[in-house]
Design a protein around this ligand. Structure first.
Ligand SMILES: Nc1ncnc2c1ncn2[C@@H]1O[C@H](COP(=O)(O)OP(=O)(O)OP(=O)(O)O)[C@@H](O)[C@H]1O
Ligand SMILES: O=C(O)[C@H](O)COP(=O)(O)O
Length: 410
């Protein structure tokens, strides 16, 4: 999806403006302690630019979902952001009540205020069309206190919630730098000029990966799809290969065998799907770890094998764009991390523009110490899956409507 039709920070005057910025600070937590700050860190360039250009900033975000243990206040996030910015980030344990409105009104240029978890409001937890969300209490109460709305929350772009699609209906809405970077990088995937493109798809979210494959086949996006992880097991079964009793039973228990007809249809449509030739397996009784060819498996599949790594690495070398999502094996156990690590290394050494998604691959990139070679690491989980599956992202549609309604783009 091109940037076309959406406005960026370059299209608006920020001097002295009061700006509402939707960020996605949703982070893994233990109690009220943040376990990872990468989502918060990712928004720093946008926030700094707004401050440098003389705006006062009010940040709005969610954390967790109602009923889940990670559904907590954003107070620790404010403390973390203060450290990252090197300036005090004010916090108010309120979203749209009198205290929050008073603090928003008194905010001065150069100051930052973080509101509390927007999902504490029932309205925010309902997905509805933008016109409906523009009429929520949240939007009616807060919008009049601002000059501008900035959406920097790519990771929540697949939700049609008031803080995402409601505000830009009534305020001029532009994308922040993180949102812009995500959309620009991910748009390369659908640009026919940037070929050949190799997708390396693995991990455990098999139905999501199938939706991605359907979309990239329909749009003739991928030149090759290299499968790993549970997805590769599904395609081997679809090709008629018996993975041995233990693996077949595991796939059945996970509901993956029911996806075989769909996988077979994709193969019959001529999808350029590659499957592993060997796996690293574990004998659960003896604890023995072995490399076994796919047609003679006795152990439980834990990682792709060395011959597969070699074959896939050769194909990756020829690519202009490499898109990688999900680990190649059960990489939580260091004995089964080699496949993922070597494919990530091959991608980063290939000279291709690399796009990575998912927490597991991000951890491997850090471990390899090769972060500076990365083309793009997406902050999106569900949003990235939706984007790659060709689904419309409500946040982007709303920004387009806003840009046209408020005359922000020519
Ligand atoms: N062959 C396999 N058999 C069983 N599990 C596997 C296999 N290959 C990968 N996995 C599991 O897949 C899981 C990761 O898949 P997932 O698709 O959730 O990745 P991800 O998007 O990077 O995750 P997140 O972003 O949530 O951290 C891991 O827990 C890993 O152990
Ligand atoms: O972590 C995410 O994927 C985003 O923050 C969106 O969260 P959600 O799936 O709870 O809407």
């Amino acid at each position: 999806m091109p940037l076309e039709g959406m406005a960026t920070l370059d299209d608006v005057n920020l001097e002295g403006k009061k700006v509402l910025v939707r960020v996605d600070f949703n982070s893994p937590v233990s109690g009220e302690e943040l376990l990872d700050d990468s989502r918060i860190r990712a928004h720093v360039p946008t926030i700094k630019e707004l401050l440098d250009k003389g705006a006062s900033i009010v940040l709005i975000s969610h954390q967790g979902r109602p009923g889940e243990p990670d559904f907590i206040t954003l107070e620790p996030h404010a403390a973390k952001l203060s450290k990252l910015l090197g300036q005090t980030v004010q916090f108010v344990d309120d979203v749209m009540g009198p205290e929050a409105r008073k603090r928003i009104k008194s905010l001065k240029p150069g100051e930052v205020l973080l509101l509390d978890n927007v999902r504490f409001l029932a309205e925010e937890n309902i997905n509805a069309p933008p016109e409906r969300q523009a009429e929520t209490y949240l939007v009616r109460r807060l919008a009049k206190l601002f000059d501008l709305y900035v959406n920097d929350a790519f990771a929540t772009a697949h939700r049609s919630q008031p803080s995402i699609v409601g505000f830009p209906m009534v305020l001029p809405g532009v994308m922040g730098r993180l949102m812009q970077r995500e959309v620009e990088a991910l748009s390369k995937i659908f640009n026919p000029k940037e070929s050949p493109k190799v997708f390396v798809l693995g991990g455990g979210k098999v139905p999501d990966s199938l939706s991605i494959i359907e979309n990239i086949i329909q749009n003739k996006v991928a030149d090759r799809i290299l499968t790993t992880g549970l997805l590769s097991e599904l395609f081997l079964v679809a090709k008629g290969i018996d993975l041995g009793d233990k693996n077949m039973k595991f796939l059945e228990r996970k509901g993956i065998l029911s996806l075989v007809p769909k996988a077979r249809r994709l193969l019959l449509m001529g999808a350029p799907i590659d499957v592993p030739v060997d796996y690293v397996t574990l004998d659960e009784e003896t604890g023995e770890v072995k490399v076994e060819p796919v047609y003679n498996l006795t152990g439980v599949i834990r990682d792709i094998g060395p011959a597969t790594v070699k074959m896939y690495s050769e194909l990756i070398k020829e690519a202009k764009i490499v898109v990688m999502r999900g680990p190649a094996g059960v990489m939580e156990d260091p004995r089964f991390r080699t496949g993922t690590k070597e494919l990530v290394r091959a991608a980063l050494e290939s000279g291709a523009f690399t796009i990575f998604g998912g927490g597991h691959l991000t951890a491997v990139i850090e471990e390899l110490g090769m972060k500076e070679r990365v083309g793009h690491i997406s902050t999106g989980g569900g949003a990235l899956l939706a984007f790659l599956s060709g689904k419309e992202l409500p946040a982007l549609s709303a920004l387009k409507v806003s840009a046209s309604k408020f005359g922000l783009v020519k």
